[in-house]
Every structure is written in structure tokens, then in C-alpha cells.
Write a protein of this length. Structure first.
Length: 98
């Protein structure tokens, strides 16, 4: 498998890049991520977060509180995706991709 195929296996799944973008400004709770995606169902968001966590793009922190609080944030590897997302956004803006 070449490098592009490996990268797409991580971030090419539906909602993956949008989740990375939702975490751009810092840690977020699941419901905040879910709300930022709009039409994504909770099961899909959970699956993508687990995949991104397994790939080392997102970290998950559980706080020992009542009720338990869980936050997700980008790892260094996840933050490396910012320039690629910015480039995609610029491309979409120039091309008026819908």
C-alpha cells in the first residue's frame, strides 16, 4: 500500500476530516463534536473517533468525575493535518465545489 492509500485509510472515511476540523481549536466533548457535524449520527461519530484514536490522530481523555467527562483532542499527528485541510478548503472555495 502506498503512502496516499495509507493516509486515505485514516482520514478518507466519511466525517473523519470534519471531526479533525471540529477539534482544531482544542479539546471537545462528544456532544460538541456531534453538533458541529450536523447530520452525522452518533454511532458513526463514535466509530470515526475510535478509528482516529487508533490511528493516533485523536486522543481521548476520561476524567474521574460524576458523571464521567470524556474529551477528545488532536494529537501532534492530528495537528499535522491542518495544512491539508486548509488546502482543501481553499480549493473548494476557488472551485465553488458543492
Amino acid at each position: 500500500m502506498d503512502e496516499l492509500a495509507r493516509a486515505l485509510a485514516v482520514v478518507g472515511r466519511k466525517w473523519a476530516l470534519l471531526i479533525v476540523e471540529a477539534l482544531r481549536e482544542g479539546p471537545r466533548r462528544f456532544t460538541e463534536i456531534e453538533r458541529s457535524l450536523g447530520a452525522a449520527n452518533p454511532k458513526m461519530v463514535t466509530a470515526r473517533l475510535r478509528e482516529l484514536e487508533a490511528a493516533g490522530v485523536v486522543s481521548r481523555t476520561v476524567y474521574a468525575e460524576v458523571p464521567p467527562r470524556v474529551e477528545y483532542e488532536l494529537t501532534d499527528r492530528g495537528r499535522e493535518l491542518r495544512p491539508a485541510i486548509d488546502a482543501l478548503r481553499r480549493w473548494g472555495t476557488r472551485r465553488r465545489v458543492r
